[in-house]
Design a protein around this ligand. Structure first.
Ligand SMILES: *[C@@H]1O[C@H](CO)[C@@H](O)[C@H](O)[C@H]1NC(C)=O
Ligand SMILES: *[C@@H]1O[C@H](CO)[C@@H](O)[C@H](O)[C@H]1NC(C)=O
Length: 558
């Protein structure tokens, strides 16, 4: 199925690389982790050279084990086995067997949270969760009444109507994971709370998993927060860019206001149904807390609902990882966590030094009065969100303007409109444009050309259809019509004159077919450490843009 560009990506090339490096990624659990930059460098060097010999040995060994597994368990049984086998060595460690043990015994082993020792005198904060389930009628596949979609595939989705934990109390000190690391406290300067471990070489994480890996370090709190919605949040999404970033939005003598953005997803189905991945565009929000994290003044986490579609869904309908996958997108009206109030101490002392339990039953609840926070410097929420955006998506170093604004700006600056029309959004995880932005759109030559000669914009098909239907604005309606005339599924890249005439366009699938790396060419690919990854798609995209510039001359005889 051609539904997702990312699946139509440089297929063989990426698959092969993925195998060689999946071990490195998994090995990170046992080996001391190198710095991110160092390990990337290592990967770059290791993949083409040393990789080959080791990979050959390992592949032979694995394929033997795979055959034995298939004989013993059959395809469905082996699928289930593999879903637990996090490091793909076809052996289950006690750690990997843990979800099954918990399921069968009903007993979860004690959590060892090395970083957080419970302080009984510390403050606690209560969060409440709210959600309205995904509107099934917004899914494309609802158009024919989910004809041909097995009832079992959607079981997890249909039955998920409300948060599993409507309210939960956390020690305020756990929110220290949101504090800036040393040297990162500048307003608007973004840092990674949970760094992405995926890159163009690692490909993506497997779809055939049911249970999230045990969260570690800073993942623990985020895992607990998202677990209030559903018991199976995956803090590391299958696709890049994964992880969580934050920046300081405002600062006072004692407090920070920190804005964050998290790319995580949920797996909704249980055995024997196949996995169903529910990937909101993003989780964002802010936390106001004291610089020592002893007090949390405000906390809000939510999935933005201001676009017409905000969740990507992918589900398997067979035991084969690659071929049997369905994709759809839909609209989730609400998913959010809010603090019921600031964090408060559970124990307070009266003037004589006697302990009063502030939550004692029966007695008058203790009233806390909080001083107002006066920020000594701050940036706007929008600006902070933009900083996080660019950290996740370097392609946004050139601005992508809304449709209408792009045309008026292009008119004013005498530039062309570089426009991308997609079925799903370009800049979040509910998206079919992943491949584009991870390769061509963030490569420096493309960024430079776009910056110099184009005004960029991207739009959802659905939004253009609404503009087209708008009789109040005939000019814009006509521009949208001209765009849609050239659109074909799933993504179309367009070069247009400021008056809306389309001078050049290319469909993403054709584009990727033209540029997909053949496996035998892999070794010959040149790596440029300064300019990023120079792949054939970058030069093809440059050519596409230049052709657009040339074609304009036909319209402007001068
Ligand atoms: C875009 O061009 C302007 C002016 O030439 C320059 O200051 C800016 O750094 C450029 N941005 C990028 C992302 O290349
Ligand atoms: C836009 O301008 C070009 C060149 O001036 C012209 O050929 C074309 O017909 C115009 N298109 C529209 C939709 O007005």
């Amino acid at each position: 199925m051609a539904a997702d560009v990312s699946k139509a990506t440089p297929p063989e090339g990426n698959e092969r690389i993925q195998h060689a490096s999946a071990k490195d990624a998994a090995g990170g659990r046992t080996r001391p982790r190198l710095g991110w930059a160092a390990s990337t460098l290592l990967l770059i060097l290791a993949v083409p050279c040393i990789g080959v010999g080791i990979k050959y040995y390992r592949d032979t060994q694995l394929s033997t084990r795979h055959e034995v597994g298939l004989k013993t368990l059959g395809p469905e049984g082996l699928f289930l086995f593999s879903s637990l086998d996090a490091d793909h060595d076809l052996f289950l460690s006690p750690e990997e067997f843990k979800p099954i043990a918990e399921k069968l015994t009903g007993v979860a082993p004690p959590e060892f949270e090395e970083e957080f020792l419970h302080d009984p005198d510390g403050e606690t904060i209560t969060l409440t969760a709210a959600m309205q389930p995904l509107l099934l009628q917004t899914m494309t596949k609802s158009k024919d009444g989910f004809l041909g979609v097995s009832h079992r595939s959607l079981r997890g989705l249909r039955s998920w109507k409300s948060p599993v934990t409507p309210s939960s109390t956390f020690p305020a000190s756990h929110f220290r994971i949101f504090l800036p690391p040393k040297g990162k406290g500048e307003l608007g300067e973004a840092w990674w709370i949970i760094p992405s471990e995926l890159n163009i070489f690692t490909g993506y994480l497997p779809n055939n998993r049911y249970h999230p890996p045990t969260p570690r370090g800073k993942e623990v709190l985020i895992h607990s927060l998202l677990s209030m919605f559903h018991p199976r949040p995956f803090i590391k999404s299958r696709f890049a860019p994964q992880g969580a970033v934050a920046c300081v939005r405002a600062v006072s003598d004692f407090y920070y206001d920190i804005v964050f953005r998290i790319h995580a997803e949920f797996q909704l189905n249980e055995v024997p149904d196949f996995p169903f991945w529910f990937t909101p565009g993003q989780f964002t929000g802010h936390v106001s807390l004291s610089k020592d994290a002893s007090h949390v003044r405000a906390f809000h986490l939510y999935v933005p609902n201001d676009r017409s579609l905000n969740v990507d869904m992918e589900w398997l309908y067979g035991a084969s990882e690659s071929s049997s996958m369905e994709v759809d997108i839909g609209y989730l009206p609400q998913m959010e966590l809010r603090a019921a109030g600031p964090s408060t101490p559970s124990v307070v002392y009266d003037e004589q030094g006697n302990v009063i339990d502030s939550r004692a039953e029966g007695g008058e609840p203790v009233q806390f009065v909080f001083e107002e926070i006066r920020w000594s410097s701050e940036i706007s929420r929008e600006e902070a969100a933009r900083r996080l955006d660019v950290t996740f998506y370097p392609f946004k170093k050139v601005p992508y303007l809304p449709f209408e604004e792009a045309f008026s700006r292009a008119e004013a600056e005498k530039k062309l409109v570089h426009s991308i029309v997609l079925w799903g959004a370009l800049d979040d995880q509910s998206c079919s444009g992943r491949t584009l932005r991870e390769t061509v759109l963030e490569s420096s030559p493309v960024l430079a050309l776009l910056n110099q000669s184009f005004i960029s914009s991207w739009s959802l098909v659905k939004e253009l259809e609404e503009l087209k239907a708008d009789r109040q604005n005939l000019d814009l309606s006509e521009k949208a019509r001209l765009h849609l005339e050239k659109y074909s599924f799933p993504v179309e890249m367009i070069v247009a004159l400021p008056n809306g005439t389309v001078v050049h366009h290319i469909n993403a699938n054709n584009f990727l077919d033209q540029t997909s790396m053949r496996p035998e060419e892999e070794g010959a690919t040149s790596f440029s450490f300064t300019g990023g990854f120079e792949d054939p798609s970058t030069s093809t995209y440059i050519r596409f843009l230049q052709q657009g510039l040339e074609k304009v001359r036909a319209y402007l005889p001068s």
